[in-house]
Design a protein around this ligand. Structure first.
Ligand code: FAD
Length: 375
């Protein structure tokens, strides 16, 4: 077989796992693997929840990627991809360098699409990256007694878990600092943390009641202004501190590439994660339109599957489909955390929910294991 060049864009959960899996599969072959990423650091993003509350340091949730890739023989290019030319099989970087490929894995993630909700841009705190998490920390340090707080999940956001984590971590933080602020929560889900089973919903309902947090389910945002958020059920929620999870959009390099069909930059794929348009392109993680919670877990599994399917495609074997499952650790402030598992099996879905201090310890242990494994 002639030597192939497989290029991965992005080095988050999806890209990192895709590249490592490709290297394993092609251990004794001439095939070349290149990762192009605009960040040299891996960020364990689930741990960003702890930054605003002084519960973790940046050094402990990041590691440099170049040594990891060098160790396993993957070429690492720290550049930003500007556009993709799928007809010609190359990508163009910010410095105009053109990188050709035989197979491409797009693992560039997604961005918060603040502009999709009228008036929301610039008004909400955020923890999607390190700098916004630190800004949120600063704002929380300035929070004063009585400031009305609104936390919510806007329509079409694909990872609701972050809002619950922020809600309960903030509640614990306020208690610890003896600051009393009224908190209102809302979500477009029909029930709290919908779609993950009865137990997680009931646990969250119990906590809301215990902490006397008023909440609305099955609502969407009509618009936001400087001091109020307008819900479609007629409620006008006054806020002084706002934390809303917005819908996602694809990265700029997708939005500006002419030869892709997409919805707000999110790329449609077959169940095998192969692009619906381009046979030699796979899309993994937050960048694709696979249904279900957009999570690090899904991105990781998809990165591995895309690598496996590229090998299968090279050998003219049938491709495998992605099997969605949920394994989620949700931080709950003083309560510890909740572990939620919904795993399809031949016998039916295996469900498990556990809450308390143990899932919190498990989340920390998993983070440590992950960072040690790859750094
Ligand atoms: C606060 C928070 C808490 C979370 N909690 C959990 C949790 O408990 N459990 C869970 O499973 N998930 C959780 N998630 C979700 C999870 O982190 C994401 O779903 C996951 O990071 C998606 O991985 P990805 O590889 O698809 O994209 P990303 O992690 O976004 O990685 C994208 C990569 O592409 C690179 N890139 C982007 N554009 C370009 C470009 N133009 N050129 C080159 N490189 C580019 C970026 O630098 C990055 O390396 C959480 C997320 C947040 C923010």
């Amino acid at each position: 077989m002639i030597a192939m060049h497989i290029v991965v864009i992005g080095s988050g959960f999806g890209g990192l796992n895709a590249a490592v899996e490709l290297r394993k599969k092609f251990k004794h072959s001439q095939h070349e693997i290149t990762v192009i990423s605009d960040q040299e650091q891996f960020i364990f993003r689930p741990s960003l929840i702890w930054l605003p509350f002084h519960k973790h340091s940046i050094e402990k949730i990041t590691f440099p990627l170049r040594p990891t890739f060098e160790k396993i023989g993957v070429r690492f290019i720290e550049k930003s991809v500007q556009s993709l030319m799928p007809k010609q099989n190359y990508v163009i970087c910010h410095d105009d360098e053109m990188i050709t490929y035989d197979y491409l894995i797009i693992a560039s993630g997604a961005s918060p699409d603040w502009a999709r909700i009228k008036g929301l841009e610039g008004k909400s705190a955020s923890i999607y990256d390190i700098s916004s998490a630190l800004k949120t920390r600063k704002r929380l340090e300035e929070l004063e007694e009585g400031e009305p707080i609104v936390i919510g999940v806007a329509q079409e956001n694909p990872n609701h878990g972050i809002a619950y984590e922020f809600l309960f971590e903030l509640d614990a933080y306020l208690n610890e600092h003896l600051i009393k602020c009224p908190i209102t929560f809302f979500t477009y889900e029909k029930e709290l943390f919908d779609g993950t089973g009865k137990e997680p919903t009931e646990k969250l309902e119990e906590l809301m009641a215990e902490k006397q947090i008023q909440y609305y389910c099955n609502v969407s945002i009509e618009q936001v202004d400087d001091g109020k958020i307008y819900l479609n059920n007629g409620e006008r929620l006054p806020y002084s501190f706002l934390f809303v999870l917005p819908p996602y959009k694809g990265k700029k390099c997708i939005l500006t590439s002419k030869d892709f069909e997409h919805k707000n930059g999110i790329l449609p794929v077959h169940e095998s994660l192969q692009s619906i348009q381009w046979e030699n392109i796979y899309v993994v993680g937050d960048a694709n339109n696979i249904k279900g919670i957009k999570s690090g877990r899904a991105a990781e599994l998809q990165g591995v599957l895309a690598a496996d399917n590229i090998v299968k495609q090279m050998h003219h074997e049938p491709l495998q489909s992605f099997q969605q499952d949920t394994i989620y650790f949700m931080e709950l402030g003083k309560e510890g955390a909740m572990f939620i598992m919904n795993k399809p099996s031949k016998q039916g879905t295996i469900q498990c929910t556990m809450s308390g201090i143990l899932p919190h310890i498990m989340k920390r242990a998993f983070e440590n294991y992950y960072l040690l494994k790859f750094s």
